[in-house]
Design a protein around this ligand. Structure first.
Ligand code: 2HG
Ligand code: ZN
Length: 453
């Protein structure tokens, strides 16, 4: 999906340069490429304008000018999104927040105040230095940003324990499309003074306001942990075990992957083979290897277990799971369908999805992995010719909805899935979304192709 020409009106460029300075408006294709094409390679534009403000005041002026000119804007953080919401499609200006990257920790309150452009890795390391931890972690930690993870309500590897990004955010500073700055960054943990703007903006995908700063709660630092990779003789037993294992205390992750994914990862990363199994669960739990081994001993259908409680061993077991995305990316453009199933239907989905995909795209290859304790299955499909992509998306998302699942688990709706939003949201809900959108962004310039059908 892409446009083929810069449609930003030329008169706007000197205005933008006047606000942020000459060097902070990028328009040469070689320089802008990394901002204009998304990580999947499926979405973006060959040419466009990128504006890189340094302050909330500059963000406000940029938005005010774009609204006055009727030019749409795509707020962008680390551009690691997977649903096309972080790149322009039809001449929108990219508003890169990466320069707003300050991070400060209040060690007594256990909170971090961070600019929208700070990476999650920077937040994590500032928290660690102050004796705390940040509850959200994901593979793109060194590129993805505070603003982007709030706008997408990013999940990641620790949702099981700490919840998604929305749960961490206490306050935000954000700019409306008319340039109004909304700021409520109070450190008070109890503050019931009306509508929660952070709750509204978490998951709004850049459609309502541009987040410029946020205050997030921190969590106690992790204690030593052990990681197990369990092989199961049947997919059904792996799915049941992902539910049953939650009776154990101290869990921090329960992740699924399949033998085909292991072989693909091993073709890219140097890792030993795993004993054969129909499905694998990676389980991380506080304590040592013996404690984890006895905690998982009664799970049904386990045919093999590898357990480690030293840092190198844990990291190597995590690699089988964490390196899926980059390994799949070596196969060419990927159709990413990030979905949630009710846990008692997850095995039905894992069994059915291959045939559903090959029924509409015979050469399609399905890769399944994800945060299974939350029912989240990352469904990646490679080898789909462009004309068949829509049919694959439609077939998989309808299967998910028929099984009572969500078509967007943690990556958002973006541009990729907006057509299917009605599978999960009623007409009344979508109408309310539209009313919120027109109240906060009456000019309709913020991410106009995202989220709303
Ligand atoms: C993960 O869990 C990310 O690794 C990416 O959410 C998933 O590539 C994907 O589909
Ligand atoms: Zn994920």
């Amino acid at each position: 999906v892409e446009n083929d020409a810069v449609t930003v009106i030329p008169e706007l460029l000197p205005v933008l340069r006047g606000i942020v300075g000459e060097s902070a408006v990028l328009s040469v294709d070689d320089v802008t490429a990394g901002y204009l094409r998304d990580w999947t390679g499926r979405f973006g534009a060959p040419s466009g304008v990128v504006v890189r403000p340094r302050s909330v005041d500059e963000v406000a002026q940029v938005l005010h000018s774009c609204a006055a000119a009727g030019v749409a804007v795509i707020p962008q953080g680390g551009n690691t999104g997977l649903v096309g919401a972080s790149v322009p499609l039809a001449g929108e200006v990219v508003l890169s927040l990466r320069r707003l990257s300050d991070v400060s920790v209040d060690a007594v309150a256990g909170q971090v105040l961070a600019g929208a452009g700070a990476t999650i890795g920077a937040v994590q390391s500032a928290a660690r230095q102050a004796g705390w931890a940040y509850g959200v972690d994901l593979a793109s930690r060194d590129s993805c940003t505070v603003g982007g993870t709030i706008a997408t309500n990013a999940g990641g590897l620790r949702v099981l324990r700490y919840g998604d990004t929305r749960r961490q955010v206490m306050g935000v500073e954000a700019v409306l499309s008319d340039g109004t700055v909304l700021s409520h960054l109070s450190p008070l943990t109890r503050d019931n003074t009306g509508y929660s703007v952070p709750a509204l903006l978490a998951g709004s995908e850049g459609t309502l306001a541009v987040i410029t700063r946020a205050r997030m709660r921190l969590v106690a630092p992790p204690v030593p942990s052990a990681v197990a990779v369990l092989g199961f003789g049947a997919v059904d037993d792996a799915a049941r075990s992902a539910g049953l294992v939650r009776r154990t205390d101290g869990l921090s992750a329960v992740e699924l992957f399949l033998p085909a994914g292991v072989e693909l990862v091993r073709s890219v990363v140097d890792l030993p083979a795993l004993p054969p199994a129909a499905a694998y669960l990676l389980i991380e739990r506080d304590g040592d290897a013996d404690g984890l081994a006895s905690a998982v001993a009664d799970l049904p259908g386990v045919v093999d277990a590898a357990v480690a409680d030293d840092a190198a061993g844990r990291a190597s077991l995590w690699s089988y799971r964490e390196r899926h995305t980059e390994s799949i990316a070596t196969l060419g453009p990927v159709v990413k369908l990030d979905v949630t199933l009710p846990l008692d239907r997850a095995a039905d989905y894992l069994d059915a999805v291959d045939a559903v995909v090959t029924g509409v795209a015979p050469g399609g290859k399905v890769w399944l992995f994800g945060h299974l304790a939350d029912g989240n299955v990352h469904t990646n499909v490679t080898g789909v010719p462009e004309p068949d992509v829509h049919a694959v998306e439609d077939a998989v998302l309808r299967l998910v909805a028929d099984l009572g699942g969500s078509i967007a688990s943690e990556h958002g709706i973006g541009v990729a899935k907006r057509e299917w939003l009605p599978l999960n949201r009623s007409a009344a809900e979508i109408d309310t979304f539209r009313r919120l959108k027109s109240a906060l962004d009456p000019a309709g310039i913020l991410s106009p192709a995202t989220l709303l059908p």
